[in-house]
Structures are given as structure tokens and as C-alpha cells.
Design a protein around this ligand. Structure first.
Ligand SMILES: Cc1cc2nc3c(=O)[nH]c(=O)nc-3n(C[C@H](O)[C@H](O)[C@H](O)COP(=O)(O)OP(=O)(O)OC[C@H]3O[C@@H](n4cnc5c(N)ncnc54)[C@H](O)[C@@H]3O)c2cc1C
Length: 398
């Protein structure tokens, strides 16, 4: 949509082809229906939040950065607001308003929007240095075009339309495709007891992930247990940062359940709780330390019988228990699938695309924009900013 708007604003006759019955099906579900449009930050920060091929994005981000994206939406009548961490949303909290704004702008720029238009192939002429000459639809009809911008998305949440067709088109035209993997995605754990904790959200914990002794990820924040493993903001970010170690799974994860306290301070705190509950059973003395759902699980892992009287717990047992609270272990077995992944890692290899124009280096007149490229970023509006920026630059360059 952004690419079409920009190409039309430059005076071209533009047709936007969408296989679905409406535009922006994936945009509609972004940001839990609120659409985190972008991040209000400097370009350097945008670049830092891109995990794959950030250098490829210099020109695109400098051509159209997040402040320009904000000005674009505001200039076209969308009231926006900035929340914690620079996250920008529509004032209304409705992603549908973002789509409506884009649709209105497409109309203003006289872009012809063709729905139910599933492209089957991109057509080229010539051998060696080929030129784009149009597209063929699945019903066999052809639309001639001097330029084609391929913005078919990734292959996550395929039900929104991003089934991966664009990869096939690019591959058939000779483009290298890097391996596609789910990213910004929850993890499955080896421990099946996680299902007892399903729905439990832990705030203010530190999660670390290691491959052997090597620390791959460590952050403070919020996480969630699910029936299959772990999710929530910390793990979603982690999935992006440890993605290159997917083949090394299982990876060891530890939760520091009390990151504000050192082991010594925690021991004093536990001793105090034990003294207050001297004649109670161990399982009934932990209510102040943890959410109720976690108590039976942590007791199980501690090896201390839940029925043991608190004053019978030995110092060694208590010290092991403290260590368990600071290093609550889980084994990350695998990522969940593409249908739960916010983005696709991998795609059209950026080395074969001109970063200053988004044009293919292999096929003249073919441009790329958005998630179909091997680009992905952390959460916070950065992925959509990649799409706006590459779309804008592609639209400008045609
Ligand atoms: C649940 C979820 C939440 C997200 N939340 C955010 C967020 O808040 N902020 C953020 O920055 N990012 C978010 N993202 C990521 C963001 O949605 C993507 O980066 C973005 O949608 C990619 O844009 P795109 O235009 O490249 O592809 P898409 O939005 O996937 O659009 C591609 C379009 O191409 C069409 N298409 C595909 N093949 C064909 C074909 N053969 N013929 C015709 N049409 C075709 C599809 O139907 C689709 O409409 C989220 C993603 C998910 C899944």
C-alpha cells in the first residue's frame, strides 16, 4: 500500500493487486488489533532494533524514517499517540483506522485497487538481463506492467494471505532465498509441567538463555507460561535474538524469580518467612514469595517435601531452594510454528537487491518491499517501519 501510494504520487499509473477480498488483513491483527505503527525514535535506534541485515536498510530508513511515517499518517488524517518505549499507535487503538487511512490515500492518489487478484507468475522478457513485463493471474489473464513491486509478505499467519508466494516468484526469477524460520515466536519446553502453569504471567523477572556456558540472552521484564512452554514479551524478543542457535536446541533457560535481591538478601527474606511460619508445612509457607500457581511446581523442583515442617528444612536445603529461585531452569526445545510467529526470518537475499532503490539486481523493473525480504526486527513497531520505509523507497524508485 505504501509502495503503491508513493509510486502513484510520483505520477505513475499504479494497480495494487491483492488476492484477498480486502486490503490489510495482516495489518488488522497487528499490535493485538491496535497496530503498533512505528517507533518514535532516531534512525540509529531503528537500525539497532533490526536483527537481520540492518545495514541494507540505511537508505530506506534515511529516505523515510519513523518520524516521517508518523507525519505521513497524521498528514492523512490519522490521530496517533506514543506509548511506553516509543511505541506509536492510532489514537483510537483500532488498526482498522490505519488501514482506512491507507485506503483513503490510495484513492486520493488514484491507485487502482484490484481485489481477488491472485498473482501466479511475474512475467519477464529477454534472456540474461531480463526485464519485467507484467504479471499473470491464477485464471490465466495477464496484466502488462513496466515495473512490478513485490510486497507479498512473509509466511507467518498464512491465513492473512502471506502464504509465501513471493518467495516462489523471486526464486523462479533467479533470486537466492535464505532459509525461512519463524521469529518473534513462543518456545516449546522439554518440561511438560509447564501446562500446570498455563496462563501464569510473571512480571519483573530476569530471563537468561545459554548455549552451554555462552550467554545468548538476558533481559528483565515479563513472561508467560503456556500449555506447551513459554511466551510473553521477554521470550518473544528472545526468539529473535537466539534464532541463529535454533539448530543447537535445546537451549537452557533460567528465570531469576527475584532479580531485585541477591542470594544473601533472598536468604534473609526466606528465613524471615520461615520464622513467621515455623510450625507450618513448607508448602504453606511460600504464599508471600510466589503466585499460588507456582508454589506446587517450585516445591516439586526443590526436592523438599511439601509436608515437611518449615523448622525441619536444613540450611543446605534452604540454600538449594534459594538457588532454585534465582536460577529456575527450563529447556527450550523448539520454536512454535509459522502460524504463531509475528515475523518470518529469512527470505529474498538482500545482496541481490539494490539498497538505494529496492530494485532487483537480477531483473530490471522488479522491486521488493516489506517482509518478503530477508529483514526482521524486534517488537516495538520496527517491523512495520521496515515495511513503510522499503515500500516508500521502492515506490519512489520506480
Ligand atoms: C499477530 C501479528 C502482530 C503483529 N504486530 C505488529 C505490530 O504491532 N507492529 C509491527 O511493526 N509489526 C507487527 N507485525 C508484523 C507486520 O504485520 C508485518 O511486518 C507486515 O504485515 C508485513 O507487511 P508486508 O506488506 O510485507 O506483508 P503483508 O502485510 O503480509 O501483506 C502482503 C499481502 O500480499 C498479498 N499477497 C500474497 N501473495 C499474493 C499473491 N500471489 N497475489 C496477490 N496478493 C498476494 C497478501 O494477501 C497480503 O495481503 C505483526 C505480525 C503479526 C502476525
Amino acid at each position: 500500500m505504501m509502495a503503491a501510494i508513493r509510486a502513484a504520487a510520483n505520477g505513475h499509473q499504479v494497480t495494487l493487486l491483492e488476492q484477498n477480498e480486502k486490503l490489510g488483513k495482516k495489518l488488522y491483527i497487528t499490535g493485538k488489533g491496535r497496530c503498533n505503527i512505528t517507533n518514535d525514535c532516531e534512525t540509529e535506534v531503528l537500525l539497532k532494533n533490526v536483527i537481520r541485515n540492518s545495514r541494507f536498510l540505511y537508505s530506506a530508513f534515511y529516505a523515510f524514517d519513523s518520524r516521517q511515517a508518523m507525519a505521513f499518517f497524521e498528514g492523512h488524517g490519522l490521530a496517533i499517540k506514543t506509548e511506553r518505549g516509543g511505541r506509536v499507535f492510532p489514537q483510537s487503538d483500532h488498526s482498522s483506522d490505519v488501514i482506512r487511512t491507507l485506503q483513503k490515500t490510495l484513492q486520493q492518489e488514484q491507485v487502482r485497487v484490484q481485489l481477488h487478484a491472485k498473482v501466479a507468475d511475474i512475467l519477464t522478457v529477454g534472456s540474461g538481463n531480463r526485464n519485467v513485463c507484467g504479471v499473470r493471474f491464477t485464471d490465466g489473464t495477464v496484466l502488462r506492467a513496466e515495473k512490478v513491486i513485490l510486497a507479498t509478505g512473509g509466511c507467518s499467519y498464512a491465513s492473512t494471505g502471506s502464504g509465501g508466494d513471493g518467495y516462489r516468484f523471486a526464486g523462479e526469477l533467479g533470486h537466492t532465498l535464505t532459509e525461512r524460520r519463524p521469529s518473534l515466536v513462543p518456545f516449546e519446553t522439554a518440561e511438560s509441567w509447564v501446562k500446570d502453569l498455563q496462563g501464569l504471567s510473571l512480571k519483573n523477572v530476569t530471563v537468561s538463555i545459554r548455549k552451554g556456558k555462552k550467554l545468548l540472552f538476558e533481559e528483565f521484564g515479563e513472561m508467560l507460561f503456556t500449555h506447551y512452554g513459554v511466551s510473553g514479551p521477554l521470550l518473544i524478543s528472545a526468539s529473535s535474538l537466539v534464532n541463529d542457535y535454533m539448530d543447537d536446541m535445546p537451549l537452557m533457560m533460567e528465570i531469576d524469580l527475584k532479580p531485585a535481591l541477591t542470594e544473601e538478601q533472598l536468604d534473609k527474606r526466606v528465613l524471615r518467612d520461615f520464622e513467621e511460619n515455623q510450625n507450618r508445612q513448607f508448602k504453606n509457607a511460600l504464599g508471600k514469595l510466589f503466585p499460588a500457581k507456582l508454589v506446587p511446581v517450585i516445591i516439586n523442583l526443590s526436592g523438599i517435601p511439601g509436608e515437611a515442617k518449615v523448622n525441619m528444612v536444613t540450611k543446605k536445603e534452604r540454600m538449594d531452594f534459594i538457588r532454585l529461585i534465582k536460577h529456575f531452569p527450563l529447556a527450550l526445545q523448539r520454536f512454535r510454528g509459522f502460524d504463531e510467529a509475528i515475523v518470518t526470518r529469512g527470505g529474498v537475499c538482500t545482496r541481490e537487491v539494490n539498497p538505494s532503490t529496492m530494485e532487483s539486481k537480477l531483473v530490471q523493473g522488479l522491486y521488493f518491499a516489506g517482509e518478503v525480504l530477508d529483514l526482521d526486527a524486534l517488537t516495538g513497531g520496527f517491523n512495520l517501519q521496515i515495511d513503510w520505509s522499503t515500500g516508500y523507497l521502492a515506490g519512489d524508485s520506480v
